[in-house]
Design a binder for this molecule. Structure first.
Ligand code: HEC
Ligand code: HEC
Ligand code: HEC
Ligand code: HEC
Length: 410
């Protein structure tokens, strides 16, 4: 098979990550990560010591450090970390000197800047471990759903074994912050809580189901999920002073009296939020476009822009193939490479199904403010693109049209 040797996005990124240390680090605004993926010795939570090996193995199997700061695990290198490499591209762009240098080294730099959008921010795992109910985490890892309506990307669906999932859930249990006991929730506090929710600026960052839909901050979760995620004592302690549970908390500590904390807690836990499940159930596929479509069009709009980042051609990327090709997030290797024309053509018969599954899953994974994730049966294999919003109708029609037209190269 003929290998296209042109300098594609990821070919250049492979080069980029190799060169960065020597040529750009001085000008770059960011710090250069160590590049090591070895564990930092010593668990920080006493209860975790016995299981730290299986926990560490489970973090790696799920690829958690590719996006999250995982306690006691050294960050993934910039060459591998979705979050670190993407934010680095943004940081270099923001510094005129570094940007100029990057543009000399990487011919496609302006395209990178324009396209990199996902995983620039992810929630802190340490803050999540301090406050979330481990039983909820167990369910979420099996069937993740949209928690933050202002954040387009979500968590990938994993294929972790029961033992791997248990190790992670136990890790959450061992890291739960101990907090003072509080009185039982009381509907008598609801009215006061509702008024405070707006008066104390909670509504400026958080949505709460259909009651507060104007989400301002992408990283603030929709508090409609909180009653399933946290117990009453952790909700109260978090509202009082998030930093006392985790130094990674980004929510500000607001001056509140004890009564105000309880009123806000009870509004979050008891207010009626029985809204409609998301109406964005886009099952089925749109009609293929009848306009002529060539490889360059689908490469630019879909495969080279979205899919390649997990389905790389190792020949063009110093051996790196990405989780969708070499295996990752617990999934076995597929050997599917979507960087070259030949790679895409060889699996084209599987692509429409993979796109349709994602549209089906979108009713849980991509939920509009004010709506709730729909209950649905997950197809055995995850929809594509994994963890990201489904392709738009236009992008889908383009791919289907190109396949219908016999996948013309020109
Ligand atoms: C490709 C990036 C990516 C990877 C890999 C990843 N996550 Fe996430 N994770 C996210 C994003 C994005 C969110 C926020 C989702 C949302 O709010 O809808 C998230 C949210 C979470 C949450 C909820 C936290 C909160 O504050 O609401 C937990 C718990 C979590 N991830 C655990 C894990 C574990 C455990 C692993 C490894 C098995 C993992 N994640 C791997 C991107 C990732
Ligand atoms: C070494 C740097 C680097 C790493 C590591 C990296 N990316 Fe990217 N990513 C890029 C660049 C550069 C682009 C833009 C490429 C283009 O459009 O030509 C991009 C674009 C993307 C896009 C499409 C645009 C967007 O942001 O939605 C997705 C999806 C994506 N990457 C996913 C991932 C995932 C998932 C991981 C981790 C498994 C990852 N990337 C790791 C550099 C990186
Ligand atoms: C400046 C934005 C901001 C404001 C104002 C704010 N929060 Fe938050 N809140 C966040 C973010 C971001 C998180 C996610 C964890 C983190 O990063 O700290 C969060 C997390 C939470 C959680 C945990 C929910 C869960 O399911 O994980 C609760 C409960 C909460 N906030 C309640 C409140 C209440 C009540 C108020 C008003 C008194 C409030 N917040 C004000 C940004 C904000
Ligand atoms: C965030 C990483 C990621 C992105 C982005 C991604 N994939 Fe995947 N893909 C995977 C993983 C992991 C698997 C293995 C899952 C499995 O075994 O079904 C996979 C499997 C597949 C499969 C085989 C599944 C089957 O049922 O035949 C196809 C086809 C596929 N991807 C196409 C795509 C297309 C098309 C895109 C872009 C629209 C895309 N992928 C984007 C990670 C990704």
């Amino acid at each position: 098979m003929r290998r296209a040797r042109r300098s594609t996005a990821f070919g250049t990124v492979g080069l980029l990550s190799g060169l960065i240390m020597v040529s750009l680090s001085a000008a770059s605004a960011g710090t250069v990560p160590s590049g090591a993926s070895t564990p930092v010795p010593g668990p920080s939570h006493p209860g975790a010591a016995a299981s730290s090996d299986s926990l560490h193995a489970a973090w790696q199997a799920g690829g958690c450090p590719l996006c999250h700061d995982v306690p006691d695990v050294a960050p993934a290198s910039r060459q591998d970390s979705c979050t670190d490499c993407h934010t680095w591209i943004r940081k270099v762009s923001a510094s005129p000197a570094a940007r100029e240098k990057a543009m000399q080294v990487f011919p496609l730099w302006t395209r990178y800047e324009k396209n990199v959008a996902s995983y620039l921010q992810v929630p802190s795992l340490q803050a999540a471990m301090a406050r979330l109910d481990p039983a909820w985490v167990d369910g979420y890892l099996q069937d993740p759903h949209d928690l933050r309506p202002g954040l387009p990307e979500g968590m990938p669906r994993f294929a972790l074994s029961d033992a791997q999932r248990k190790a992670i859930v136990d890790g959450f249990a061992a890291a739960t912050a101990s907090v003072p006991a509080t009185p039982a929730p009381d509907p008598a506090r609801l009215a006061a809580g509702e008024a405070l929710f707006t008066a104390k600026a909670c509504a400026g960052c958080h949505s709460l189901g259909w009651r507060h839909k104007e989400t301002v901050l992408p990283m603030a979760p929709d508090l409609a999920h909180t009653r399933a995620r946290m117990d009453k004592d952790h909700v109260a302690a978090w509202i009082r002073d998030p930093k006392s549970l985790s130094d990674q908390a980004t929510m500000p500590t607001l001056p509140l009296t004890d009564e105000e904390v309880l009123a806000l807690r009870d509004y979050v836990l008891l207010a009626d939020i029985d809204g409609t499940p998301t109406s964005a159930m886009r099952s089925g596929l749109p009609a293929p476009t009848t306009e002529p479509v060539a490889w360059a069009d689908v490469e630019r709009e879909v495969f080279g822009k979205i899919c390649v980042h997990c389905h790389m051609d190792p020949a063009q990327n110093e051996g790196r193939a990405g989780p969708g090709n070499a295996g990752g997030f617990g999934w076995a290797a597929t050997g599917i490479e979507l960087q070259t024309y030949e790679g895409v053509v060889s699996v084209a018969d599987r692509i429409p199904d993979a796109l349709a599954r994602r549209r089906h899953e979108a009713a849980r994974d991509d939920v509009a403010p004010g709506e709730l994730p729909a209950a649905l049966t997950r197809p055995e294999r995850p929809g594509m693109p994994l963890g990201l919003p489904p392709l738009s109708d236009e992008q889908t029609a383009l791919v289907l049209g190109w396949i219908d037209q016999g996948m013309p190269r020109e």
